[in-house]
Design a protein. Sequence first.
Length: 89
Amino acid sequence: MPRPKESFDETFPCEFYTPEELLDPERMYTIGEIARLLQGLEPDAEVDEGTEAVIVDWAVPWVMINAEDLVIAEPPTEEDPGYYGLRED
């Protein structure tokens, strides 16, 4: 159910990193690693399964919105996830 804005103590701007601000141009990342970076965590930070599901839900649209600036690589095996990195022009 929607809530009135005045029912919150504080609101914040909804700002996201650009791919160039977030990703090392020499590395490729999984969606889970990108999700951690978007939260200010290290790519290999331990998070519980529920938290990972939530942060991945935020990362997928970020990848889609920034697709023009990204490249994708085939996973090393069929069981592994895909990897994303910065597009080089």
